[in-house]
Ligand binder design. Structure first.
Ligand code: G6P
Length: 362
């Protein structure tokens, strides 16, 4: 029950939950490590991964966005083909399945009816399932073969924040374990890198007043906003746009940087805010090119880059972390942007209109 959980000194649960993220990261690092500091996952889950020829990630909303990042880990680290699906579509438009699929349900609450509908169907087909959830004993946890817990602590605000970063962290651990079992050297000490992520998130939290200034400059009067990025930064843009829509009611759209010019750029007017993210070396120049394309049409670009890739004039620079883990850090900037945009508009930050924390009807 929400009333049992203290907001403490925070004005809103969302602000508290954004601030909870470093502690949640530390908890995950602790929970998924054994005494010898090796990654630790239940043997039964390792077997599920070993037996699968393809992963099907099923989720909704923010959890779906975390799944998109998870796919990068499963494919790039473990070499396991992975598809990510919106639950409500999958039920009625099931794609061709591989011979030995493993279904991974990502759900903060473990109660989303759309995801449960998929679980019911794939169980009838005799397929294996794993639920990644924040809530032990939730419906999706009870009904799936195996469960991984997020350890993010209760999330009360409707707009999901710490569950998203916890989901990505747990998926990264799962993918590293899969890589280890398959004998693949990923060249990364994940727990060391996650510890750096924790420090980086803390640095951004300390910068909250500076991010509030970005909101003052870019979002006070606007009707709409765009979030562009490429590769993983694109997925973070989708989440940034969703956060902003959910609580500020500003119409926001996340786009692949290179795709904007194929239609949507028609919407760019004088002073349209465009948030551009650049945390990946191989696309740094490309996304900056895309930013110039919209700037030339009047857009007001807020460039968020990562230390090491930054250029003069960037609006905000996040601390350097491992390139595969940047979503855990960059998203925090977008969480704060959404929070302050909603706050400044006088909206109910924790309980936005028309939305529920978990949707238990299909
Ligand atoms: C609702 C919430 C979203 C959430 C989605 C999936 O729509 O408003 O914030 O991302 O459900 O929830 P789940 O609990 O399955 O992660």
């Amino acid at each position: 029950d929400a009333s049992d959980i203290e907001k403490g000194t925070f004005d809103h649960y969302m602000l508290k939950e954004i601030n909870d993220q470093p502690a949640a990261m530390r908890k995950i690092i602790q929970e998924y490590q054994d005494e010898d500091e090796n990654l630790k996952i239940d043997q039964a889950i390792i077997k599920q991964l070993g037996d699968a020829d393809r992963l099907y990630v099923i989720a909704a909303g923010t959890s779906y966005h975390a799944g998109l990042i998870g796919k990068e880990y499963f494919e790039k680290w473990a070499g396991v083909p992975t598809e990510v699906h919106v639950a409500s579509e999958f039920v009625y438009n099931t794609p061709m399945l591989s011979e030995k699929p493993l279904f991974i349900f990502i759900s903060q609450s473990g109660e989303t009816a759309d995801s449960r509908a998929v679980l019911v169907e794939i169980k009838k087909l005799g397929h294996q399932s794993l639920t990644v959830t924040n809530v032990p004993g939730s419906t999706l946890s009870r009904e799936a073969d195996q469960t991984l817990i997020l350890h993010a602590g209760p999330e009360i605000a409707v707009a999901s924040t710490k569950a998203y970063t916890a989901q990505i962290a747990v998926l990264s651990i799962l993918a590293q374990v899969a890589a280890r079992e398959l004998g693949k050297d990923t060249g990364i000490n994940l727990m060391t890198e996650l510890a750096k992520v924790t420090t980086a998130i803390t640095a951004i939290i300390d910068d909250a007043p500076q991010i509030e200034q970005i909101v003052n400059e870019y979002l006070e009067t606007t009707r709409n906003a765009f979030f562009i990025g490429r590769t993983m930064d694109y997925y973070v843009g989708l989440e940034g746009a969703l956060k902003l829509k959910e609580i500020s009611y500003i119409q926001a759209e996340g786009f692949a940087g290179g795709e904007l010019k194929h239609g949507t750029i028609a919407l760019i007017e004088e002073n349209t805010p465009v948030f551009a993210l650049s945390t990946q070396e191989k696309i740094n120049l490309n996304i900056r090119g895309n930013a110039q394309e919209v700037e030339a049409r009047g857009a007001k670009v807020c460039m968020v880059s990562m230390e090491g890739l930054e250029q003069d004039g960037d609006t905000y620079v996040i601390p350097h972390v491992h390139e595969m883990l940047t979503p855990l850090v960059s998203v925090v900037v977008y969480q704060f942007i959404a929070y302050y945009a909603a706050l400044h508009r006088g909206n109910d930050v924790d309980k936005p209109r028309n939305l529920a924390k978990s949707v238990t009807v299909e």
